[in-house]
Write a protein that binds this ligand. Structure first.
Ligand SMILES: Cc1ncc(COP(=O)(O)O)c(C=O)c1O
Length: 393
């Protein structure tokens, strides 16, 4: 547990009462919420509820499961500012981005997909694979340091030939919080769509898809939402949702799935048309416990707590002379910090063996991602452990 002295100093000390709900915190120093957010014990209870419904009600469980899927979609939608009914759940970002891409016609002169070379590689794989359908991918070089994105260069690359601009709000490697507003403005000026990837932001940095005026927003639940795998989510702006027709569609995306009409698809109104086939109910049940805590605390509060933990961590890394591959100014940084003390791969392996969980990305270093339930002592402890490893102890 934490140092009581720190608790007294800490204006977020009440958040520490949540610690007992995250079992992994009892036996590890868990600072890898940027990768796999700690599981809330409620996820196990929710999974038991799901299984119990299946076991006792059989096929009638769908009467509970279907409304629960909608409730959970709205719960996570609320965490990114999405109005009820505008968010749908499906397995992961790749699946959902594929569904979005399947709405687009790359056959005309407006066939460009424009994004930076710091985007999530899975996104790059998907868009380049759409070259076979006529997509022209334009990868805009970033600032060159692997940390910062040159927003102006990206803006300048967007023109009337641009169909869609996929952009991460927080970059996965460096944790850079991107100023997406000029990109959205420019894209809309020329009639292009913006697909925001808020995966690394959701649950750690406030996101308001309505205020940002993005067309689509995608993400998943594995990271700061502490929802686990299998619960990807997609928001589609209501002004747009009825006009998009995913070719990657399933019977749950039909207006009346239980009519089983063997005819051309009659799309469900709004975002529901992106639902695909039979939904991953278990994943939604598991994820809801993590979401609920984030909703109860509020992302703004979590953000304050996060900065209060990551800023001293980053400054201490700088004092030690380590390479820091995240923005130093917290206003331009998401929930984790990326630091390289040297021999990062080996340090990562040793930290893991000693129960200090962070992660490692080749060419970047160690990503350290505390969450609201972590303490300043834990952040200090991981740095000291890295020092010890460096001294061969
Ligand atoms: C920005 C971003 N997008 C997407 C993903 C994951 O995508 P998927 O849900 O397809 O696994 C990650 C995972 O690290 C990510 O950081």
């Amino acid at each position: 547990m934490s140092d009581p002295g720190e608790c007294l100093r800490d204006r977020h000390r009440d958040l520490l009462r949540y610690r007992d709900d995250y079992p992994v915190l009892a036996h590890t120093t868990y600072l890898v919420n940027n990768s796999l957010g700690a599981m809330h014990r409620g996820s196990a209870e929710r999974l038991a509820q799901y299984a119990d419904l299946w076991a006792t009600r059989g096929v009638l469980a769908w009467n509970d499961w279907i409304p629960e899927m909608a409730r959970v979609a709205d719960l996570v939608g609320g965490l990114i500012g999405a109005p009820p009914g505008t968010t749908v759940l499906r397995q992961n970002v790749a699946d959902l981005m594929g569904a979005v891409a399947s709405c687009l016609d790359f056959g005309g002169t407006r066939n460009r997909v424009v994004y930076s070379d710091l985007e999530w590689p899975g996104s790059h794989y998907l868009w380049t694979a759409h070259g076979r359908f006529g997509a022209e991918v334009v990868v805009v070089p970033s600032a060159g340091d692997g940390v910062h994105l040159d927003v102006q260069r990206l803006v300048d690359a967007i023109d009337e030939r641009t169909l869609v601009v996929p952009i991460s709000l927080v970059l996965f490697r460096s944790s850079t919080l991107v100023d997406v507003a000029p990109v959205i403005t420019r894209a809309h000026q020329v009639g292009a769509l913006v697909l925001l990837d808020a995966y690394q932001a959701a649950g750690a940095v406030p996101v308001d898809v309505v205020a940002l005026d993005v067309d689509l927003c995608v993400g998943g639940s594995v990271k700061y939402l502490c929802g686990g795998p299998g619960a990807g989510w997609l928001y589609v702006a209501p002004r747009l949702a009825g006009t998009l027709q995913p070719a990657s569609v399933g019977w749950f995306g039909h207006r009346a799935p239980f009519d089983f009409a063997f005819a051309e698809v009659d799309y469900a109104p709004g975002t529901a048309r992106f639902a695909g086939g039979t939904p991953g109910v278990a994943a939604a049940y598991a994820a809801s416990a993590g979401y609920q805590v984030i909703a109860d605390i509020g992302v703004q509060r979590i953000r304050e707590r996060s900065v209060s933990l990551t800023q001293p961590l980053l400054e201490a890394a700088l004092e030690r002379g380590w390479t820091v591959r995240s923005p130093v100014d917290p206003a331009h940084r998401g929930g984790h910090v990326t630091v390289d003390p040297g021999d990062a791969q080996q340090v990562y392996e040793e930290l893991t063996a000693r129960g200090y969980l962070v992660d490692h990305r080749p060419g970047a270093g160690l990503r350290i991602g505390p969450h609201f339930f972590n303490t300043a002592d834990e952040c200090a402890a991981v740095l000291e452990e890295i020092d010890r490893i460096g001294r061969g102890r």
